[in-house]
Design a binder for this molecule. Structure first.
Ligand code: ZN
Length: 416
C-alpha cells in the first residue's frame, strides 16, 4: 500500500492534541486512507494492510459506515481459502466541488472520495475569464445543482486547480499569466461566495498528486509531472512522498527551466523557458488546426510527422527541448517516474523510445537509468481529482470529525 502511505503526506493535515481517543482516531484515519487510495478493498485486504485483528477492524469499519464515509458491498471472492471477504468502498456522501479555470474553458467537477468524478460540467469562454467571473460561474452552477447536491451530498468545500503561482498560505493567486490574474485572493472570494471552505493550488501540483494516488505514478513516492496545456507547461513534483511546494507554494515550475539561452520570449518575462520553446500553439499551427479542435492534434500530428519534413523538424526540436528540461528535473530530483500529460504526452508518443533515449544520453547515469516516462493516466480529470484531495485532507486525517448518521449511533458510540 505504498500509494496510501505516500498519500498521507501530500498536504499538511491539521495537528490535533493528544487525548484518549487518539489511537482509535488514528486507526480510523489509516483505514479510510487505505480505502480511499484503493477506491475499493476487501475487508480481508484491509485487515492484512493494517495488521490488526478482525474484531478491531470490524469496529473501525462499523464506525466509518456509521458516518457514511464507506459503503459495504457484497462479498468478493479473494481467491484465498476461507470465506469470501466483504468489499468496502468509499461512499459518495462527502464531495468536493473542484474547479479548473483555463484560457478556453472552466471545468467544474463534483468529486467524491476515491478520486471519483461524479459529474463534470464544462463552460467554454471566448476570452480568459477574470477571477470574479470564475467565482460567479461556479456560484451559478452550484446553485443550479441544488437541491440534488444538498440532499444526496455533503459538500466539504471548493478546490481550485489554477494554471499559475498560488500561495500555499492563503490560496491567493500571485500570478496566472495566461489568465491575466495578478494578486487575486481567489480562495477567499470563493469561500465568501459559496459559504463553504475553499482552497486553491497550482494545477500541475494537483495533477501530480492525482497521478501518484490513482494514476500513472501509483505506488511511487518520487514522481515528476509535466502537463502541456493551452496555457503553457505546468510542473508538479512529489519527492520522497511529499508534494514539493517550496517556501511560498511556488515550487515545481519546470515549465520555466531554461532550455535555450537565446530562445523565445516567455510570458514570465524571461527567455528560452521550456514553455516558450515547446508550445501547443506551434504544433496546432503546423497541422493547421484551430485550438477548439485540439483533441484531433494527435492523429493529425502523427500523420504529418511521417509526411512533412517541416513538421518533423518542429516536433524533433520540441522533443530535444523537452529532453533538456527533463535532464534538469531528473538530475535534480532522481524521480522514479516522469508523467507527461496533455500535448506533452502526444509529443512523447510521437517521439516513442527516442525521447527516453535522448534523456538517458544527457542525464547523469544514475538517475538517468532509474527514471521511466509514462503518459498521464487520468486525462484531464487529474487536475480536478488532485484539487479535491486538498479539501478531503481534513476529513481523511480525522474521519471521526464527520457526524454520525441518525440511527447509526450504536456503531460509532466510542467516538461520537
Ligand atoms: Zn518562463
Amino acid at each position: 500500500m505504498d500509494a496510501a502511505r505516500a498519500m498521507t503526506a501530500f498536504f499538511d493535515a491539521p495537528v490535533r492534541g493528544k487525548n484518549l481517543d487518539d489511537l482509535r482516531r488514528t486507526n480510523l484515519a489509516t483505514a479510510l486512507g487505505l480505502i480511499h487510495a484503493a477506491r475499493s478493498i476487501s475487508r480481508a485486504d484491509l485487515t492484512r494492510s493494517m495488521g490488526l485483528n478482525r474484531s478491531t477492524i470490524a469496529t473501525i469499519v462499523a464506525d466509518l459506515e456509521a458516518r457514511d464515509l464507506i459503503v459495504i458491498g457484497g462479498a468478493r471472492d479473494t481467491k484465498r481459502i476461507g470465506r469470501p471477504s466483504l468489499e468496502i468502498s468509499t461512499s459518495d456522501r462527502h464531495v468536493v466541488i473542484a474547479v479548473n479555470p483555463e484560457l478556453d474553458a472552466t471545468t467544474l467537477g463534483i468529486v467524491a472520495m476515491g478520486g471519483r468524478v461524479l459529474r463534470e460540467v464544462r463552460m467554454d469562454h471566448e476570452r480568459p475569464p477574470s477571477a470574479r467571473e470564475v467565482v460567479n460561474s461556479v456560484r451559478a452552477l452550484v446553485a443550479g445543482m441544488q437541491p440534488e447536491l444538498g440532499q444526496r451530498h455533503e459538500v466539504l468545500g471548493v478546490a481550485l486547480a489554477v494554471p499559475g503561482l498560488v500561495s500555499a498560505v492563503d490560496g491567493s493567486v500571485r500570478l496566472a499569466p495566461h489568465l491575466e490574474w495578478v494578486d487575486e485572493p481567489i480562495a477567499a472570494m470563493l469561500a465568501e461566495a459559496l459559504g463553504v471552505p475553499a482552497w486553491a493550488v497550482n494545477d500541475a501540483s494537483c495533477g501530480v498528486v492525482a497521478e501518484v494516488l490513482f494514476g500513472a505514478g501509483i505506488g511511487s513516492g518520487n514522481v515528476v509531472y509535466l502537463n502541456g496545456g493551452a496555457s503553457g507547461v505546468g510542473g508538479g513534483v512529489v519527492a520522497e512522498s511529499r508534494l514539493i511546494q517550496g517556501r511560498g507554494g511556488f515550487g515545481g515550475e519546470i515549465g520555466h527551466t531554461l532550455v535555450r539561452s537565446d530562445g523565445a520570449a516567455c510570458r514570465c518575462g524571461s527567455r528560452g523557458c521550456l514553455e516558450a520553446e515547446v508550445t501547443r500553439t506551434a504544433l496546432l499551427e503546423a497541422v493547421s488546426l484551430e485550438p477548439a479542435r485540439a483533441h484531433e492534434l494527435e492523429a493529425l500530428l502523427f500523420e504529418a510527422y511521417a509526411q512533412s519534413d517541416d513538421v518533423r523538424a518542429l516536433v524533433d526540436a520540441q522533443l530535444s527541448s523537452l529532453a533538456v528540461a527533463l535532464r534538469t528535473a531528473v538530475n535534480m530530483l532522481n524521480p522514479e517516474i516522469v508523467v507527461l500529460g496533455g500535448f506533452l504526452e502526444i509529443l512523447g508518443r510521437i517521439g516513442g523510445e527516442r525521447l527516453e533515449r535522448m534523456l538517458r544520453e544527457v542525464a547523469l547515469p544514475g538517475p538517468g537509468q532509474q527514471v521511466r516516462l509514462e503518459g498521464a493516466r487520468l486525462g484531464r480529470m487529474n487536475l480536478l481529482i488532485g484539487a479535491a484531495e486538498l479539501a478531503f485532507r481534513p476529513l481523511l486525517s480525522d474521519p471521526a470529525a464527520a457526524p454520525v448518521v441518525a440511527g447509526r449511533e450504536h456503531a460509532a458510540g466510542a467516538l461520537s
